[in-house]
Design a protein around this ligand. Structure first.
Ligand SMILES: *Cc1c(COP(=O)(O)O)cnc(C)c1O
Length: 358
């Protein structure tokens, strides 16, 4: 559970109405070709207010990679099905059966353990089998799928409710007509061979947008797991804005603690900086340099874009140096930044950044 520091000088402003708008638009868009959405909450650490916003926008499956977050959302009374977005660790199998409705799986050994615990508790745990399709993160190799399913069907306590694949997370592999068609074909094969109609054929994530827009026929793909495009309004292959969506539902805000005209070139004998790099600078003469009260310990600084016409020069663990250019930044002024995915993850995870809902 994330406890936020009470005395934090930086905050993330979370615009729930903009998140609701994005969720609503994407549910409609994908729904137009029969694709349902799982709302991915790992990005925001299972934030209960955001989860509630998803549910109010008609998303009734929430997916997270941490059981801790799922438990938090359940405890907050969020009325949804909960999906564990990655193969359970053996050590968390008990907790999976207790808190999770559906888990994504790739290892028989893990599924056996889940089945054993589920039987002991008189439960049936639902599983989605993830198939490797080239991105080389998680997945069962397609040629091993039949034998794998045969083994799972021998178990009580678990039921296969779907298959899925993930793209553009590790290898940068794009979902396209070819691999989506292949996933569809696999689902039909499973249906025919095992009389196992799959509730979920989950084709991917926010990277599937271009494929979806370019495909009149999405085959048997009937589910996507969306995080980034709901939060930041972009698809994730080229980070293009999805028309009609907000890209500023989250804004990072911090405070200026020093502002002075100083040289642009460090002077004195030069050694390593705070992170072991040998810094290099260009001499631009005197400039207004402002220091904002955050650093690498608070946020992934590289993922911030200032709203004002100023530039981030660099950060240590707790200071960020800004070239204020022509902006007369004063001590006490607030500086605002938009966030990319990495920055969003980091501020939501940081205990030093207050969450303010608007
Ligand atoms: C994180 C994750 C997602 C969501 O990805 P976005 O790019 O945020 O839409 C979907 N599926 C899996 C398996 C994930 O790990």
């Amino acid at each position: 559970m994330i406890e936020t520091a009470v005395l934090a000088t930086s905050r993330v402003e979370i615009n729930l109405a903009k998140i609701a708008h994005n969720a609503d638009q994407l549910v409609r868009l994908y729904g137009s070709k029969g694709i349902g959405i799982m709302g991915v909450t790992k990005t925001v650490c299972g934030d209960a207010k955001i989860a509630k916003t998803f549910v109010d926008s008609g998303i009734n499956m929430l997916a997270d990679s941490k059981i801790e977050n799922i438990k938090k959302m359940r405890d907050a009374g969020i009325a949804s099905q909960f999906v564990l977005l990655k193969s359970p660790a053996l050590s968390e199998a008990e907790a999976v059966i207790q808190y999770v409705d559906i888990s994504l799986n790739t290892e028989l050994f893990v599924i056996k353990k889940l089945a054993e615990i589920a039987v002991g508790k008189d439960k049936i745990h639902q599983i989605i089998l993830m198939i490797e399709m080239g991105d080389l993160r998680e997945g069962i190799l397609p040629e091993q799928l039949i034998v794998f399913i045969e083994e799972v069907l021998k178990l009580s306590g678990v039921i296969i409710v779907g298959i899925g694949a993930n793209f553009a997370c590790f290898g940068g592999v794009k979902p396209n007509e070819k691999n989506m068609h292949y996933l569809s074909e696999l689902s039909r094969m499973v249906d025919v061979k095992f009389s196992l109609p799959l509730l979920y054929v989950s084709g991917g994530n926010s990277a599937n947008y271009n494929w979806f827009m370019d495909s009149p026929n999405v085959g048997s793909i009937n589910n996507l797991r969306l995080g980034e495009s709901i939060y930041l309004g972009r698809e994730t292959l080229d980070r293009k804005v999805i028309p009609g969506l907000f890209t500023d539902a989250f804004i990072f805000v911090s405070e200026v603690i020093e502002s002075k005209i100083k040289p642009s070139l460090p002077y004195g004998e030069i050694g390593q900086d705070a992170f072991g790099n040998l810094p290099k600078f260009q001499d631009l003469g005197l400039m207004r340099r402002a220091i904002a009260s955050f650093g690498h310990q608070d946020v992934l600084v590289e993922g911030l874009t200032p709203e004002l016409d100023v530039a981030i020069l660099g950060s240590s663990s707790d200071h960020t140096i800004i070239n204020a250019r022509r902006v007369d930044l004063k001590v006490g002024d607030e500086v605002r930044f938009s966030l990319n995915y990495g920055a969003l993850l980091s501020v939501m995870t940081s205990v030093y950044v207050t969450k303010k809902y608007i």
